[in-house]
Ligand binder design. Structure first.
Ligand SMILES: NC(=O)C1=CN([C@@H]2O[C@H](COP(=O)(O)OP(=O)(O)OC[C@H]3O[C@@H](n4cnc5c(N)ncnc54)[C@H](OP(=O)(O)O)[C@@H]3O)[C@@H](O)[C@H]2O)C=CC1
Ligand SMILES: O=C(O)[C@@H]1CCC=N1
Length: 265
């Protein structure tokens, strides 16, 4: 069990996924986690399990060491400026999850020289399968470990440079939505060729998991595994080529680049 207290400021979609993941791993005592948002209604189920909830951000960070800020990019700087008088640079470690907001902007809005990290997890935190990219200008090993250990509790972590945080947002965080849309399309195809939705979903989700595990465990290039499936003159290559003629890979790459350009830097 990790002993430090954690405040999660702005527990919306992402914040709640993280809290759910932490609850299931039991890596932090639940009474050491405080979650905030203005309307507390949909955090009440966490409170019943022992997580503290409040609308008072300054009260939430009072005893906390780790401050995880899961606010939207449009209001994070304003909320942090309000919170600044309550931030103690000797005690607090601040981790922002906000897309496109730099460490420099955060430091300027707080006006204090505290350790600031940016982290980009994804909503698979809910089931401890997030990959979280982390960057900081903090070279303190102990604090680095604390931040890494927080996100390792809900999946795995990768240390990157800040200039790659937007790219990490696109392939790691937006990536969940791209993959889910791909899965939905496969299920729809499965229904059209004969399966009921439930059975198609079971086959497709396990197939996606299996394909991922092949790459994760064997560390192979996707095309190496694709070659094993594509029988010459067979049905796989016929289908794959038809997908490519219709712009499958191109559509994905264009979508990724469009998402990337959409992030204001
Ligand atoms: N969703 C995702 O998959 C990912 C999101 N991100 C980033 O994480 C951040 C959060 O995204 P997401 O969870 O989707 O957004 P949400 O809008 O779902 O969550 C933000 C939460 O902040 C709360 N909030 C707003 N103002 C305040 C305030 N003054 N004090 C306390 N809480 C406040 C809101 O609740 P209320 O109105 O009740 O206060 C809301 O639930 C964003 O910056 C996003 O870019 C990063 C990776 C993945
Ligand atoms: O769509 C968005 O802007 C946020 C960033 C990553 C996931 N959701």
């Amino acid at each position: 069990m990790n002993s430090e207290k954690v405040a999660i400021i702005g527990a919306g979609n992402l914040g709640k996924s993280i809290i759910q993941g932490l609850i299931d791993t039991k890596t932090y005592p639940l009474e050491n986690i405080t979650a905030t948002k203005r309307n507390l209604k949909n955090l009440e189920h966490f409170e019943k399990l022992g997580v503290k909830i409040t609308s008072d951000n300054s009260a939430a960070i009072k005893d906390a060491e780790l401050i995880i800020v899961a606010l939207k990019p449009h209001n994070i700087l304003g909320v942090l400026a309000e919170l600044a008088p309550h931030i103690n640079p000797e005690k607090h470690i601040l981790v922002s999850l906000a897309t496109g907001i730099s460490i420099k902007q955060i430091r300027e809005s707080i006006g204090k020289n505290l350790p600031i990290y940016r982290a980009m997890p994804n909503t698979a935190a809910d089931v401890q399968e997030s990959v979280t990219c982390i960057c900081s200008e903090d070279y303190n090993m102990e604090r680095n470990e604390k931040v890494k250990s927080f996100f390792n509790a809900i999946g795995s972590t990768i240390q990157i440079n800040e200039d790659l945080m937007e790219a990490a947002t696109v392939i790691g965080a937006c990536g969940i939505a791209y993959v889910l849309r791909f899965i939905r399309a496969m299920i729809q195809g499965g229904i059209e060729i004969g399966f009921d939705a439930n059975t198609a979903s079971k086959i497709v989700t396990q197939t996606v998991k299996g394909a991922s595990e092949l790459l994760i465990q064997r560390e192979q290039h996707p095309e190496y595994e694709i070659d094993k499936v594509t029988t010459p003159k067979g049905c796989t290559i016929a289908g794959l080529n038809e997908m490519e003629h219709n712009g499958f890979s191109s559509a994905l790459i264009k979508g990724i680049v469009t998402s990337y350009k959409k992030i204001e830097k």
